[in-house]
Design a protein around this ligand. Structure first.
Ligand SMILES: NC(=O)c1ccc[n+]([C@@H]2O[C@H](COP(=O)([O-])OP(=O)(O)OC[C@H]3O[C@@H](n4cnc5c(N)ncnc54)[C@H](OP(=O)(O)O)[C@@H]3O)[C@@H](O)[C@H]2O)c1
Length: 368
């Protein structure tokens, strides 16, 4: 990342940073499976004028991390650069941490502030001890919210929010179906749809039925036993994180004026919805669209407020150390995760074991 050095007058630093200008980060020099990832000591980045340097405390793993790691679908190579070899630095989209230094044009943050955000538009890098990010992709971490919980929400909860509210136009009293209700996005979609006052049906596998019910779903469909699009029940809004049915099946399951929003699933199905969704939406009153997540501090702040109020609670499946990011991505790829898979990051200034750090975060929260 372009920027200034730690001795530049334009950079305000918090303490010495506790190291020799280096940091540990997960890097890779080629595309492939989790084995291409390695923990390396690299130069610590320095913030450009509009950036802050964050001492990372927690990150979370998303499907986007595996796409970037594998360079697949091929489109990610075109978008992020690096046709034959990856050009971006460390991976990692979702971050929460403490501001260590700020560039001279930064107005919203100062050293010591606690922040969280989504680095997908600013070069990634959350799987590292430090990362630089423009201030406009970050929000202040609310007091009383742990770093772990804050790092769970930037992609998954904001995607759920934008799918329900912006693409889906959710209204109180509507019937909402969340397909893939036990995953990272789905667990937030069920809770947020409930908060918006909808009647929520969640679709998941057998082992996760009780969890989805506990998140506030009024009805739960076990997809191994029942096809939610064939039950005869219809919905005002379908938020789909799995794309396990045809577009015509989803269309049949919509009420008149109903909306289908595809968030994720296999790439071929995403392309199908981009191409055929608008065509199918031209006939009749039902609308079929894709979500394209738009990172912004307002929506981060919104989900932060929902965390503080207890309206949403991240479902954390597992937490890995920075050294174990390859295992964390391998676990996500296996498709068995429930809710979010987290990465705890302990910088050079932070002694003690990770469990103690997480426990102290949690006790700060309960004391607040
Ligand atoms: N459009 C955007 O801007 C955007 C933003 C964020 C994420 N995404 C995409 O959204 C997708 C979901 O992300 P995520 O983080 O929630 O992934 P995830 O945590 O892996 O969750 C996916 C869920 O799909 C469920 N599932 C699998 N087969 C199913 C089936 N046949 N019927 C119903 N549900 C099924 C799984 O539930 P069980 O475990 O119960 O089987 C799993 O919990 C990914 O493709 C991701 O790339 C897109």
């Amino acid at each position: 990342m372009a920027g200034t050095t730690a001795t530049d007058p334009g950079v305000t630093a918090l303490g010495a940073g506790g190291n020799d200008g280096t940091m540990r980060a997960i890097v890779r020099s080629r595309y492939g499976g989790p084995d291409v990832l390695e923990l390396a000591t690299v130069e610590r980045p320095t913030p450009a004028a509009d950036e802050v340097l964050i001492a990372v405390r927690a990150a979370s793993v998303n499907a986007g991390d595996r796409h970037l790691m594998r360079g697949s679908p091929f489109l990610v190579r075109l978008i992020y650069g690096g046709i034959t070899r990856p050009r971006s630095g460390p991976l990692g989209v979702d971050v929460a941490g403490r501001v260590e230094a700020v560039g001279e044009a930064v107005t919203r943050f100062e050293p010591g502030d606690e922040v969280f955000g989504d680095l997908s538009t600013s070069g990634f890098g959350a799987f590292a001890e430090y990362v630089c990010a423009p201030e406009d992709v970050l929000a202040s971490k609310p007091a009383g919210v742990t770093f772990e919980d804050a790092a769970a929400v930037p992609t998954a909860a904001v995607a759920a929010l934008q799918a329900l509210r912006d693409e889906g136009g959710i209204r109180a009293g509507e019937r909402v179906l969340v397909n893939g209700a036990s995953g990272g996005v789905g667990t937030f979609a069920v809770q947020l749809a409930n908060w918006f006052g909808a009647e929520v049906t969640g679709v998941c596998s057998t082992a996760k039925v009780e969890l989805v019910r506990s998140l506030g779903a009024d009805h739960v469909v076990d997809y191994t036993r029942e096809d939610a699009t064939e039950s005869g029940r219809t919905y005002d809004l379908i938020v789909d994180t799995a794309a396990s049915h045809s577009l015509s099946a989803y269309r049949r399951a919509l009420r008149p004026e109903g909306r289908y929003v595809m968030v994720g699933g296999p790439t071929s199905r995403f392309v199908r919805t981009v191409v055929f969704g608008p065509l199918l939406s031209m006939t009749g009153t039902k609308r079929l669209t894709n979500l394209m997540l738009r990172t912004n501090p307002e929506d981060l702040a919104f989900v932060g407020e929902r965390l503080v109020a207890g309206d949403i609670t991240p479902v954390i499946d597992r937490e890995y150390e920075l050294t174990d990011v390859p295992e964390a991505i391998r676990y996500l790829e296996a498709g068995r995760a429930t809710g979010k898979v987290m990465v705890a990051v302990r910088g050079p200034n932070e002694g003690g074991d990770l469990a103690a750090t997480a426990a102290s975060d949690r006790s700060e929260t309960s004391a607040a």
